[in-house]
Design a protein around this ligand. Structure first.
Ligand code: F6R
Length: 261
């Protein structure tokens, strides 16, 4: 079962996730981070940057793999996930850009980009901790409903709903690419620890389906139920449709300190 922790703010969730990632890097200086983009993980990156500013840690060997990338955006486009990861993660955390990879969304190399990315993750020894957001369609990464639980990094077609949701980052909805390269649900399942974050009432259905719904490729977030180590960090609004919300709080309150998250 995923551990569900309901927190009173996005900041508190970011602080908790950042502490876990910091502890990982302290014990494994070349840790491999799985990096989500979008609004949700920003509190994690901000908390980790603040913690590093206060108490520095050697970040020079930390490696990272982004979850996904849009297809067909020109190199350097400010909303390409390469640019977003550089701005929101690499610079604030003082990571070496050479250690950070994003899937290649270049149209010319799409046929081989997925398998190349899988090989790079494999060569790095796999992802230690994968940070995840969830879309209102229930996607994790850009694995839209219907994605196979065995899928690997590949091209996917974004739903119209996801394109509309992400239009806030672009000048107009029609500028949001139709395709993306995304780690598959099979790729995500191979990460050793998943930290899924969600905030706001608009994520409540997706979180309830992921945590408590039937395991179904129609609800890609439900893949977390097949993973042995998952932490779900949510605010009250995102937790509002969880039937077992009180039990999660009870279990968290009675954890042993050594358990961590
Ligand atoms: C981002 C990603 C997506 C987002 C999801 C939620 O790399 O793969 O699954 O996590 O679309 O987006 P936000 O956080 O912007 O609500």
């Amino acid at each position: 079962m995923a551990e569900v922790i309901v927190l009173d703010s996005e900041t508190a969730a970011g602080t908790l996730a950042a502490a876990s990632i910091r502890a990982l890097i302290a014990r494994k200086p070349d840790a491999v981070l799985g990096l989500a983009t979008g609004s949700t993980p920003l509190s994690v990156y901000a908390a980790l940057a603040a913690s590093l500013a206060e108490d520095p840690l050697d970040m020079s060997r930390v490696r990272g793999f982004a979850l996904d990338e849009y297809v067909g955006l020109p190199t350097g486009h400010p909303e390409s996930y390469r640019a977003v990861i550089t701005r929101d993660v690499v610079v604030p955390l003082g990571l070496d850009p050479a250690n950070i990879r994003t899937p290649n969304g270049d149209v010319a190399t799409l046929e081989t980009a997925g398998i190349d990315y899988e090989a790079a993750i494999f060569a790095a020894g796999g992802v230690d901790v994968q940070i995840l957001g969830i879309g209102q369609t229930g996607h994790v990464g850009f694995n839209e409903p219907g994605s196979s639980f065995a899928s690997i990094t590949r091209i996917k077609t974004l739903t119209e709903k996801t394109r509309v949701d992400n239009a806030r980052f672009f000048d107009s909805p029609d500028q949001v690419p139709i395709h993306c390269m995304t780690q598959g649900l099979g790729t995500i399942r191979r990460a050793r620890h998943l930290i899924l974050l969600a905030f706001g009432e608009e994520k409540a259905d997706a979180i309830a389906a992921a945590v408590e719904g039937p395991v179904s490729s129609s609800k890609p977030g439900s893949v977390i139920q097949l993973h042995p180590h998952v932490t779900v960090l949510v605010d009250e609004a995102a937790a509002s449709r969880l039937a077992n919300r009180d039990y999660y709080a009870y279990a968290y309150a009675h954890k042993y300190a050594w358990q961590g998250i």
